[in-house]
Design a binder for this molecule. Structure first.
Ligand SMILES: Nc1ncnc2c1ncn2[C@@H]1O[C@H](COP(=O)(O)OS(=O)(=O)O)[C@@H](OP(=O)(O)O)[C@H]1O
Ligand SMILES: [Mg+2]
Ligand SMILES: [Mg+2]
Ligand SMILES: [Mg+2]
Length: 447
């Protein structure tokens, strides 16, 4: 918990541009409609159960950009639903009690990384909702989790907890304009939904990419995590949606979040929905805009929560710039990035934040640089980056590997051919300086 609090406080103290100020860097092309319109018009009759009263529609009007309105709508709604599942499981993890059950425990995978009911629960929920929303049993999904532990002989209790979390979440899907199952899913249905996410990606065709809980370590520590859903077509990330349940619309509100968790054992939790402590960001390739909406617990109320356009920071002077990086040294070399920071002239303390919330932070201008340099031999997975990359790019930023090449999502589950590390910046100038600094110091590094 220590590092998260330090990271969060440092974060909250950093300067941020005022919300609502639209910078004139680019003209306005994609438009989230401020007022609802008939959902059925673009979603196709029968695709969603509810119509206008839940109608909030994505509409990227960029010339030449294909219309992915239906996919975007469904993806945003699904991520909103998935966020509620995570919030409940996180609360039960942090408030272990007699009613916490199997949901209140953290499990270890073979590589000793943590996994919880939320990771499996979100994967099953998203898988089921994607199939049902698109009427496609064979929808192609690449995702992080598998069903091995749940299907094992001693996984029955855990599976029960996952099934309960999934049903508790799916029953609320109609609040988000999505279908819920006619009757509760059984253990077999949940296993099938998880198993369905075993596509392996590749250069051709369309598939969804899901990290059900990114930053599971942050999740179990009551800190930042993200639900990341992206759509890839012929190797290109087309849509990205990032649910960030503990990342408030305004970064100043992070302080409140921390206070709540500090006092958690003493105070009753706020009822779900009463507290806008999270947000969902989304973007479509080629639209030239990215958007953020609050986490909601009834999509019908979204028409009074207008989505906000997000943009990267306009800071290009390293003296004022802030970089973020993974919390865990095991995931990215802190000493290497410290050396880079010094040589580029970055003076602010790094913001160490769990999960793809780092991408979210760059996209909305809370920080300027994100760097990740994993140890030699570690292969980055597409679900850890796809959604974040398209959101940063459409918000005006730059994301490449350390050789300046775009990340390649066309070669299966891994970002094959990644040169050294990942660098995301708010602008080309800072990006160039970091790339040059990497080149200058790489040979003497121990990575
Ligand atoms: N050894 C190693 N090196 C680099 N990256 C690794 C490594 N092991 C795991 N992972 C992946 O990192 C994901 C979490 O990244 P974060 O940026 O959140 O890291 S940190 O927890 O803040 O340190 C994490 O995603 P989740 O498993 O979804 O949490 C992993 O996919
Ligand atoms: Mg991840
Ligand atoms: Mg994950
Ligand atoms: Mg994991």
């Amino acid at each position: 918990m220590g590092s998260l609090r330090v990271a969060g406080l440092a974060w909250a103290a950093a300067a941020s541009p005022e919300w609502g100020v639209r910078r004139s860097r680019r003209c306005c092309r994609g438009v989230p409609l401020a007022r609802p319109r008939a959902a059925a018009a673009s979603l196709g009759a029968g695709q969603l159960r509810v119509g206008t009263e839940h109608g909030w529609l994505w509409d990227c009007r960029s010339g030449g950009a294909r219309d992915y309105a239906r996919e975007m709508e469904v993806a945003v709604r699904i991520v909103q639903v998935a966020c509620t599942l995570c919030q409940r499981v996180q609360d039960s993890l942090l408030r272990p009690g007699p009613d916490a059950g199997g949901g209140g425990r953290v499990h270890a995978k073979l590589d000793r990384s943590p996994v919880t009911v939320a990771d499996w629960g979100v994967q099953a929920t998203v898988s089921w909702l994607l199939s049902s929303s698109f009427h496609d049993e064979n929808i192609s999904i690449v995702a992080e989790e598998d069903d091995e532990t749940l299907s094992s002989s001693d996984g029955a209790t855990l599976l029960e907890s996952v099934v309960e979390a999934v049903n508790g979440c799916l029953v609320e899907a109609p609040n988000y304009g999505l279908r819920s199952p006619e009757k509760d899913l059984g253990a077999h249905d949940v296993i099938q939904a998880i198993r369905k996410c075993s596509s392996t990606g590749g250069p051709k065709g369309r598939f969804w990419v899901l990290d059900p809980v990114d930053g599971t370590l942050g999740f179990v520590r009551g800190d930042q995590y993200a639900i990341a859903l992206a759509l890839i077509e012929d190797g290109e990330v087309i849509l990205g949606v990032l649910g960030c349940p503990n990342y408030p619309m305004k970064k100043e509100w992070l302080n409140y979040h921390q206070k709540y968790y500090r006092l958690m054992s003493k105070v009753a939790p706020p009822p779900l929905g009463s507290w806008n402590k999270g947000c969902v960001m989304y973007a479509q390739k080629g639209c030239g805009q990215a958007w953020m909406q609050p986490l909601v617990h009834d999509f019908g109320k979204l028409n009074w929560h207008h989505p906000r356009e997000i943009q990267v920071s306009s800071i290009s002077d390293p003296i004022s710039a802030t970089f973020c990086e993974p919390v865990e040294k095991a995931n990215s070399s802190h000493s290497f990035t410290a050396g880079l920071a010094q040589s580029v002239g970055l003076r602010n303390q790094p913001l160490r934040v769990y999960s793809m919330v780092k991408y979210a932070a760059i996209a909305r201008g809370d920080a300027e640089i994100f760097m990740k340099f994993a140890r030699a031999g570690y292969k980055e997975k597409i679900w850890d980056h796809a959604a974040g990359v398209v959101i940063i790019k459409e918000a005006g930023g730059v994301v490449t590997d350390a050789g300046g090449h775009p990340l390649d999502f066309s070669r299966g589950v891994y970002l094959e051919g990644l040169d050294r590390g990942i660098i995301a910046c708010s602008g080309a100038l800072l990006h160039r300086r970091i790339l040059d600094a990497v080149d200058a110091s790489w040979n003497s590094s121990t990575l």
